[in-house]
Structure formats: C-alpha cells, structure tokens
Design a protein around this ligand. Structure first.
Ligand code: ZN
Ligand code: ZN
Length: 404
C-alpha cells in the first residue's frame, strides 16, 4: 500500500518524542520498512532503526534521517500541532515539539524507501535506510556506532542525508567542504573552599575564581585565534552559592564552543583547559578543576567530489537553479559520525521547507529574510507540500546517482 506522506507527517508531528525516547516513531518506521520488504533491525543505539534492501551487486548507499523532537511548547496554531508532554533526562516534565523538522526527515525517508523498493528493477546494489535517535542531544549517531552498527549492517560507500531549513520549498542547499560547525558543550566545576563571607582569608573563593575564568576565556578568540579563522566561546551558565554571607565551596560554568576547523577547535579547547587550570592555581584552589564534555558535535564536512556528483543529481531532480550553495552554517549535526565510522564520504544538504513567496530577494540578492521562523522556534512550521515531495525526490535522486 502506498504511503500517504502528508498523513504520516501530520501523525508524526502531533506525536513528538525526546532524544532516545523515540519508541513510537521507531515502531512506525519498523512496520513500514517491514511491509516494504526491507530487512529491519531495531534497537541499535536504544531506538535506532535500520532497513536494508539487498538488490544485487553494486555499491552500498546509506540514507539517514533523525527522529527526535525538542522540549519546546508549540505555538504554530496548526490543526495538527503537538500538545504532547514528556519527561526529559533530568526528570523534568516538558512540552514537546518537532521544532527542528525531524518529522519531515522521517516522512521523506519512508517515502524514498518505498519509491526505491518499487523501482528495484531499475537499480542494483544495497540500500540502507537509517533512522537515528538523539541528534539534538548529539549522541545518537555515536551511540549507534558504539552499538555495533557496522557489524550488523553493510558498511556504506557513501552516506547521504538532508535537513529541512528556512528557505524556499522545492529548493535544496548544498555546500562542499565544511558545511556545518563543530559544537562542544563543556561543563566546568571549579573547586574552592567555603566559609563565612566575613572571613575570606580562611577560604578559597570559587566565585572570584569563576569570574576571572569567564573574563580570561574571552581572550582565546580575541588573542589566540588568527583573524582569518573563527570561533565562538560562550559561557551560558555560571552557578555558585546560596546566600550573600556564605563563600561557597565550588562554582560551575557551562560553555558552548563553535568552530569551523579541527585545528582551531583543538586550540580553543586546549586554551579553555589551560586558562581554567592556571586560574585555579592562581587562586590556590585545593583541587584541580573538572571538565565534563557533555555534547560533542564534529564538523560536518561534505566530501568535495561526492558533493559535486550529488549536486548535479539534485539539480536534475529539483530543476535548474533550484540547488543553491548556502556556504558554511554555524549550526551543528552528528551525521558525520556515521560517515567517519564507515570511512565513507558524506553528502548532507538542506531541504527548503517554506512558502517561496516569503523569499522574494533570495535569488536576486542571496539574502535570507529574518522573519521566517528558524529551526527550534515555537513557530517553526514547514509547509507540507511541496516540501515532502521534494524531499523524497531529492533522496531518491541522490541514492540513484550512487546505486548501479
Ligand atoms: Zn535541531
Ligand atoms: Zn535538526
């Protein structure tokens, strides 16, 4: 039975699930793939699902979609808007929304899986469709690999995927080289020794230490990174203390780091650790600071030759002038982990998902309007068509380009 893409999408949109909790979504995916004749493996990396369609001699092509949603209260006003709630990893009750469009990705990959199965007489090789958990959290792809992904399914010769984004439906965006930034989320614990606020000489004050670390960290980008390179070091959290007249025993910082080059990334992280340790020594801290790398997204790097080949295939499928080069973007992704672990090239593109009339200047000036809600916004609402049809067409064309 042919998939009703819009109905699948509305259902997934109304039933979002948090990272590593995508049980309902995974069940729907596994049922569809099974009915299409794919060999289905479930539970790879907790909720990951992979379907394999072996169709004679030829290359192995992996198509990837991510499945998780976000703790966002939906404000789109759509009749299929989510009212769901869930419990996050810290036990908090949170609203749930597919605010990053991963429901689009799942729907399009199911559509492509069906189209390619129906057309199996026209190609040869092995098609792998992979539905990944926990992209938002940054650990889903790694968890699947650690769970023996490539011992359980054939290793791909190329990894392909797409992400819906705020540009015109019917268009795709593809950039060769570094397409998306690396992101590191680092929690730092600074140890002092607490005491009475009136007798600082008996303590090591972690608040003063933390303040100096925060100030000094900004010198990394300003004074240690070359002008032609770029990096962001944001201290988004600083927590210490309970009362004005108590010097607390410790302080915590939460950092977010973005870089577009692995050497710059290593230098920034080394700088963060060096400065933090040195400031702790300067304060005579009783214990070394602790660094917890809570989220690590690698650079998303599109292999140039594979990208050129896929670019042409997408252009043939979507139309001349409908595949644009958006350059490097500062968002992050973990799809690259699947390619790196297989030693295969990655090609990852953006799929337009919004009313083309919202982008009157895009083709003339290359400028994006700022009033189209971006991914993670409570107003993020891709238009169902032609987004889904274009997304299926893009995946099928890219896969067919690589299959024999
Ligand atoms: Zn996202
Ligand atoms: Zn996303």
């Amino acid at each position: 039975m042919a998939l009703e893409l819009a109905a699948v999408y509305r259902d997934l949109h109304a039933h979002p699930e948090l990272s590593f909790q995508e049980h309902r979504t995974a069940g729907i995916v596994a049922d569809h793939l099974g009915s299409l004749g794919y060999a289905v493996t479930t539970g790879i990396g907790i909720t990951g699902v992979v379907g394999v369609l072996a169709n004679g001699d030829g290359p192995t092509v992996l198509l990837r979609a991510d499945m998780d949603a976000l703790p966002v209260l939906e404000e789109t006003g759509l009749d299929y808007a989510s009212t769901a709630r869930g419990v996050d990893a810290d036990g908090n009750d949170v609203p749930l929304m597919h605010a990053c469009g991963h429901d689009v990705h799942v729907t399009c990959l199911l559509g492509a899986a069906e189209a390619l199965a129906d057309a199996s007489g026209e190609w040869a090789g092995t098609l792998v469709v992979l539905f990944q958990p926990a992209e938002e959290w940054g650990g889903g792809a790694e968890r699947m690999v650690e769970d023996g992904l490539y011992d359980r399914i054939p290793k791909p010769d190329v990894v392909l995927g797409q992400h819906v984004a705020p540009f015109p439906a019917g268009f795709a965006g593809l950039h060769a080289g570094v397409a998306m930034a690396a992101a590191d989320s680092i929690d730092i614990t600074l140890h002092g020794s607490g005491g009475h606020g009136s007798r600082p000489e008996t303590t090591v004050d972690p608040v003063y230490l933390a303040a100096n670390v925060v100030a000094r960290l900004q010198g990394i980008v300003a004074r240690e990174i070359a002008p032609a390179d770029s990096a962001v070091v944001t201290v988004g959290q600083l927590h210490a203390g309970t009362k004005n007249n108590i010097i607390p025993p410790s302080a915590k910082l939460g950092l977010s780091v973005r870089t577009l080059d692995d050497a710059v990334r290593d230098a920034v992280i080394a700088g963060i650790e060096r400065i933090t340790r040195a400031e702790a020594t300067a304060s005579d801290a009783p214990k070394e600071p602790e660094f917890d790398y809570v989220e690590r997204f690698p650079l998303t790097v599109n292999e140039p030759a594979a990208t050129a080949r896929t670019f042409a295939a997408l252009q043939a499928a979507l139309g001349e002038g409908r595949v644009i080069d958006p350059g490097s973007v500062s968002g992050s992704e973990d799809v690259g982990v699947l390619a790196t672990a297989a030693g295969a090239p990655l090609v990852y593109w953006f799929l337009g998902g919004f009313d083309p009339t919202l982008f009157p200047d895009l083709l003339r000036t290359g400028r994006m309007p700022e009033d189209v809600p971006s991914n993670h916004s409570p107003h993020f609402a891709p238009m169902i068509e032609p987004t889904l049809t274009s997304g299926v067409r893009a995946l099928v064309a890219a896969a067919r380009e690589w299959l024999a």
